[in-house]
Design a protein around this ligand. Structure first.
Ligand code: PEP
Ligand code: MN
Length: 354
C-alpha cells in the first residue's frame, strides 16, 4: 500500500466529509491525477471544544462505499479513534486508516484501537501526538506494529506548543528526522496542513518536507476551502494542490552513502534554527525590559542580576554536562548584545520623546 512507484505518496482530501456533493467533487478532481495515491476524509472529528461539527459518521462511510463502486481504482482512508470506528471502516471497505494526534498520545486508547486492528492487515498511519515526545509517538507505532499489520506509516503533523511562531503546530523537524533514523523501515509522511494551519504556508511546507526526504504528504483539500466546517483556514482546492504538485521539486536521497549522516545533519540544521529563533525571542524580551528599567529609573546594566543569571545558567549547563568555559563565554556574548540592544532601545525612545 504505502510502497508506491509514485514517489512521493500523496494523500489528499477534505478535513471532514460535509455532504455527498463535496466528497464527489473532490474525488472527481483528485482521481484524475495519477500522482494522488489516496483520498483522506474525516468521518469522526475530534474537536477540542464541544458543540462544533463532529463529523457525519456512518452515512459518510456509505457515500465512500458508493463512490468506490464508481471509481474502483481510488483508495480512501479515514481517521479512527475508537474500536467501533475500526469495525465500521472494515465493514465499508475503507482501504487504510490513520490515528489522530489526540489519540496516538494516549496509550490506553492505543491499546483498545490495536485490539480492534489485531490481525486485520488494515494499513495504518500514526500521526504524532500533540506533545513533542518522540517516545510516545514510537510507542503508538510499536503498538500498531504488534497487531501484525505489515503496512504502517507515521505522519508528522507538528506539535502543539505555547509559543509557536507562525505555525499552528511547531514542525520541530528534528523529531520526525530522528524517528526516521531510529525506525529506518518506517514510511514517514508529512501533513503540511495541520503544521501550517494556514493555506499560505502549504507550498513552502510541502517543499521543506520533500527536501527533508519525507516519503509522502497528506494535504487537506476542499472545493470551497473558506466555507469548510472544520479547518477552513488551512484547506486548499484540489485544483490548487495539483498546481502545487506540478512545481514541487522532488530529489531522491540515495546519492548519499551514509543515510545516518544526512539525517543527523538535518537535525543539526533544525536545532540551529531553533537556537536562532530563541535568540530572537530573548532579544525581544530584553528590549521590553529596557523600557521597564527606564520607567523605574534604573541603569541598563545591573551587575547583581547579571551575576545571578550567570550563576543559574552555569549550574544548569554543568548539570547537563556542558563545558563551563564554553557556556560562560557564550552567555557573556549574549548578555553583551542584550545590554547593547537595551541601550539602543532607550536612546531611540528618548529621541522619540524629545
Ligand atoms: C485531521 O487530520 O483532520 C486531524 C484531526 O488531524 P490531527 O489529528 O493531526 O489534529
Ligand atoms: Mn483537519
Amino acid at each position: 500500500m504505502f510502497h508506491t512507484a509514485n514517489y512521493p505518496f500523496i494523500i489528499a482530501g477534505p478535513c471532514s466529509i460535509e455532504n455527498r456533493e463535496q466528497l464527489r467533487s473532490v474525488t472527481e478532481t483528485l482521481s484524475s491525477d495519477p500522482r494522488i495515491a489516496m483520498i483522506r476524509c474525516g468521518v469522526w472529528k475530534p474537536r477540542s471544544r464541544p458543540g462544533g461539527f463532529e463529523g457525519l459518521g456512518e452515512v459518510a462511510l456509505q457515500w465512500i462505499k458508493e463512490l468506490k463502486e464508481e471509481y474502483p481504482q481510488v483508495r480512501f482512508c479515514c481517521e479512527v479513534a475508537q474500536p467501533q470506528h475500526v469495525e465500521q471502516c472494515l465493514r465499508y471497505g475503507i482501504d487504510a486508516v490513520w490515528i489522530g494526534a489526540r489519540t496516538s498520545g494516549d496509550p490506553f486508547s492505543m491499546e483498545e484501537l490495536c485490539q480492534a486492528l489485531q490481525g486485520t492487515q488494515l494499513p495504518v498511519m500514526v500521526k504524532n501526538p500533540t506533545a513533542p515526545d518522540i517516545q510516545l509517538w514510537i510507542g503508538a507505532i510499536e503498538r500498531v506494529l504488534a497487531t501484525g499489520t505489515s503496512q504502517v506509516a507515521a505522519i508528522h503533523r507538528g506539535f502543539f506548543m505555547r509559543n509557536n511562531i507562525g505555525y499552528r503546530n511547531n514542525p520541530l523537524w528534528e523529531i520526525p528526522i530522528e524517528l526516521q533514523r531510529l525506525m529506518p523501515q518506517l514510511h514517514v509522511f508529512c501533513d503540511p496542513s495541520h503544521i501550517g494551519g494556514n493555506r499560505e504556508l502549504i507550498p513552502q511546507l510541502m517543499q521543506t518536507a520533500m527536501d527533508l526526504h519525507f516519503e509522502g504528504l497528506m494535504v487537506e483539500v476542499h472545493p470551497q476551502p473558506a466555507e469548510a466546517l472544520t479547518d477552513a483556514a488551512q484547506q486548499i482546492t484540489p485544483q490548487h494542490l495539483i498546481t502545487l504538485l506540478d512545481s514541487l521539486i522532488v530529489r531522491r536521497s540515495d546519492e548519499v552513502a551514509d543515510k545516518d549522516l544526512t539525517l543527523l545533519r538535518q537535525q543539526i540544521d533544525q536545532i540551529d534554527r531553533q537556537l536562532i529563533e530563541s535568540l530572537r525571542t530573548r532579544m525581544e524580551v530584553s528590549r521590553k525590559i529596557a523600557l521597564v528599567k527606564q520607567r523605574n529609573n534604573m541603569t541598563v546594566f545591573q551587575p547583581k542580576r547579571w551575576e545571578l543569571v550567570l550563576e543559574k545558567d552555569l549550574a544548569l549547563a554543568q548539570q547537563m554536562g556542558l563545558d563551563n568555559t564554553f557556556v560562560k563565554e557564550l552567555f557573556e556574548k549574549i548578555h553583551g548584545e542584550s545590554v547593547r540592544l537595551q541601550e539602543e532601545a532607550l536612546t531611540g525612545n528618548k529621541k522619540e520623546i524629545q
